[in-house]
Ligand binder design. Structure first.
Ligand SMILES: O=c1ccn([C@H]2C[C@H](O)[C@@H](CO)O2)c(=O)[nH]1
Ligand SMILES: [Zn+2]
Length: 147
C-alpha cells in the first residue's frame, strides 16, 4: 500500500515550532522508567518529536534469550506507527541515570528510515544531524539501484 516512510513525507511538518529538548528528555526519562531489564540492569528510554508535533517514546525490553532484546528505539518506532505514523524530527535517548545515550548502530539505521528532513539527535557532543551519526547510510534508494 505505502512506500518507504521518507517517500510519504512529513505531513504537517512545522519547522517554525522550536524543538523543546527538555520536554524530549523528560519523555525519554519517563519511558526509561518502564524498561524491562532483568538481565543487563541497564534501562534505556528514547523519545522523539514527530513532524506534526507528537511525542513518541519507547523503552528497552529484554528477553531470556539475550539476543532477542528490543532496544528502546524499536519500541519508539512501534509507538510512532501506533499513534499516526509520520516522520521523526528530533530524538533524545537516555540511560538509567538520565544521561544522553547514543543509539546503537542498529538503532541508527532504524531511525534513519523514519527521519524527517534535517532530523536532529541529542548526542553526548550536543545536537547532531542524522547524517552526522550515520554517514553514507543505506536507505530505500539503494534498493532501487539494483532493481
Ligand atoms: O541504542 C540502544 C543501545 C542499547 N539499548 C539497550 C539494549 C539492552 O537492553 C541494554 C544494554 O545493551 O541497552 C537500547 O535500548 N538502545
Ligand atoms: Zn539499539
Amino acid at each position: 500500500m505505502d512506500g518507504p516512510a521518507e517517500a510519504r513525507g512529513a505531513t504537517g511538518f512545522d519547522k517554525l515550532q522550536p524543538v523543546d529538548w527538555e520536554a524530549l528528555k523528560a519523555a525519554a526519562v519517563a519511558a526509561m522508567e518502564h524498561a524491562y531489564v532483568p538481565y543487563s540492569k541497564f534501562p534505556v528510554g528514547a523519545a522523539a518529536l514527530t513532524g506534526d508535533g507528537r511525542l513518541v517514546s519507547g523503552c528497552n525490553v529484554e528477553n531470556a534469550s539475550y539476543g532477542l532484546t528490543l532496544c528502546a528505539e524499536c519500541a519508539l518506532v512501534g509507538n510512532l506507527h501506533m499513534t499516526g505514523g509520520g516522520l521523526l524530527r528530533a530524538f533524545y535517548c537516555v540511560d538509567g541515570g538520565g544521561n544522553v545515550l547514543m543509539p546503537c548502530g542498529r538503532c541508527r539505521q532504524l531511525l534513519y528510515e523514519f527521519r524527517a528532513p534535517d532530523m536532529e539527535l541529542m548526542t553526548t557532543q550536543g545536537i547532531k544531524t542524522m547524517d552526522q551519526v550515520l554517514p553514507d547510510a543505506f536507505g530505500p534508494q539503494h534498493l532501487e539501484e539494483t532493481a
